[in-house]
Design a protein around this ligand. Structure first.
Ligand code: A3P
Length: 312
């Protein structure tokens, strides 16, 4: 079988050509009630009509849930632990970002996907309700990764500081309120994790948790292998485990986003591979922020069987 995602065109060069001001802090525009960055909202019709293929593999997450980590694990599994193959290109080239849209000459996620040979590796931050219908019609496999709300908020706050396409996150105090209201790109964490949770038995969806991956990475790697129908030896599982550790991925230029220009992703003070921990929220939430958060959390998650761990 052809290496999945091997046929995706490398658009890295075009990213280098874009003038700095082009990427600057896009406003959010609601699409079916979900705030998305303006270039995505403007192209929504085309995104909605995207034609999935049956062998497309989709990784879906709310931002900062461990998307990149899962992408690297999946690529390693697909390539049976051959890390030379996974080192063929940066992670954002190996997996196409379904809904992403930048001004020309950078191709949109859909432009890239249409030019990619099957089988394609796709990632999205779209809430379940906004995923193009063709993924369900084609019965595509989907891996969803969820991360506890407090660590997601802390990670997203730092990411929005360094990712210059996102709106300015403001102060941490303002951000906690914004996060609870879902006023950030891709909308509410609550609606996202619950929407995908409620859909998990309707389609071929594997729903995983960042905290479980941290607790026992090999156990979670085996779950993904099973889901993808791959039977790999324990030696290969160990190799994948090592290759996808936080330390290894932080050093790896194919996973740490160092090839993205700093005008778009400024890693001079905060790295994309920032901490990679469960419970970092405890270093950021004040007592009163925590109280407000917990109260809202209880209301929003009431009645759901979905539970998270904020410590392991
Ligand atoms: P932190 O900001 O808490 O460090 P995404 O890929 O969805 O944008 O998620 C990024 C978050 O996942 C960051 O969290 C990043 O450090 C963490 N991450 C990436 N690779 C990881 C790994 N191999 N192990 C643990 N965490 C990882």
């Amino acid at each position: 079988m052809e290496t999945p995602g091997a046929g995706s065109p490398d658009f890295s060069e075009s990213l280098q050509q874009v003038p700095e001001a082009t990427f600057y802090r896009f406003p959010l525009v609601p699409v079916h009630g979900v705030p998305l960055m303006k270039p995505i909202a403007t192209s929504w019709e085309r995104i909605e009509k995207f034609q999935a293929r049956p062998d497309d593999l989709l990784i879906a997450t709310y931002p900062k849930a461990g998307t990149t980590w899962m992408q690297e694990i999946v690529d390693c599994i697909m390539n049976e632990g051959d890390v030379e193959k996974t080192g063929r290109a940066p992670i954002h080239v190996r997996f196409s970002f379904l809904e992403i849209c930048f001004p020309p000459p950078v191709p949109s996620g859909i432009d890239v996907l249409e030019a990619t040979a099957s089988p394609r590796l796709v990632r999205t931050h779209l809430p379940y309700e906004l995923v193009p219908e063709s993924f369900w019609q084609q019965k595509c496999k989907v891996i969803y990764v969820a991360r506890n709300a407090k660590d997601s908020a802390v990670s997203y706050y730092h990411f929005e500081q360094i990712n210059k396409t996102h709106p300015d996150p403001g102060t941490w105090d303002e951000y906690v309120v914004k996060f609870l209201k879902g006023e950030m790109a891709w909308g509410s964490w609550f609606s996202h994790v619950l929407g995908w949770w409620n859909a998990r038995d309707k389609h071929d969806i594997l729903y995983l948790f960042y905290e479980d991956m941290k607790e026992d990475p090999k156990r979670e790697i085996r779950k993904v292998m099973k889901f993808l129908g791959k039977d790999l030896s324990e030696d290969v599982v160990e190799k994948i485990h090592q290759h996808t550790s936080f330390t290894a991925m932080k050093e790896n230029p194919m996973t740490n986003y160092s090839s993205v220009p700093s005008s778009l992703l400024d890693q001079s003070e905060v790295s994309f591979m920032r901490k990679g921990e469960v419970g970092d929220w405890m270093n950021h939430f004040t007592e009163s922020q925590n109280k407000i958060f917990d109260e809202e959390y209880r209301k929003r998650m009431e009645g759901s069987t979905l539970t998270f761990r904020c410590k392991i």
